[in-house]
Design a protein around this ligand. Structure first.
Ligand SMILES: [Zn+2]
Length: 170
């Protein structure tokens, strides 16, 4: 479920934790507890960074912990695990939001005619209003074919829809 290579998971956790966070995700086992020291060692991330991220995950109800006290040393160990049910809910909401975005991008691409200069891509209407000349980079706006963009967007939509079906079953 926490496949860090998955589009939805990647988007969500890099928004929440940044790129380093994805490395941490890869190291936390699906169904077992793990200590923060272990995560730091396995992900080769500084312990303070790991703790900060775990705290963010905790605040978002993604990670939970329990403590264990060593009777001799009095040392307290934090044992962390992911809350799979909450993650499932969050990922579903994230996927739905992403889908909505992608669908509206797709609609825009299907309906629009696009032009491009050396610095930006604009709709025909804008290119025409600027007389097909971009002041910002000093080049012509030229027609660009967008079937490649449409294909890519469609593939992303399909990937997310398929994944949503999969997490429903888990
Ligand atoms: Zn330009």
């Amino acid at each position: 479920m926490l496949e860090p290579e998955n589009l939805v998971v990647r988007e969500y956790f890099s928004k929440l934790l940044g790129k380093e966070g994805l490395r941490i995700l890869e190291t936390v086992p699906d169904d077992e507890e793990i200590t923060d020291e272990e995560i730091a060692r396995l992900s080769e991330t500084k312990l303070t960074t790991v703790r900060r991220m775990l705290y963010t995950l905790y605040e978002n109800r993604i990670a939970e912990y329990r403590t264990e006290r060593d009777d001799e040393s009095g040392w307290i160990t934090y044992l962390w695990r992911f809350n799979r049910e909450n993650i499932k809910k969050l990922m579903r909401a994230e996927a739905e939001e992403l889908l909505k975005d992608l669908e509206s991008q797709l609609e825009e691409e299907r309906e629009g005619v696009f032009y491009q200069c050396n610095c930006q891509r604009v709709l025909f209407e804008e290119a025409a209003a600027r007389e097909f000349w971009c002041d910002e980079c000093g080049s012509d706006f030229e027609f660009v074919e967008n079937s490649g963009v449409i294909k890519e967007l469609k593939e992303e939509v399909e990937e997310i829809e398929k994944w949503m079906q999969e997490i429903k079953r888990k």
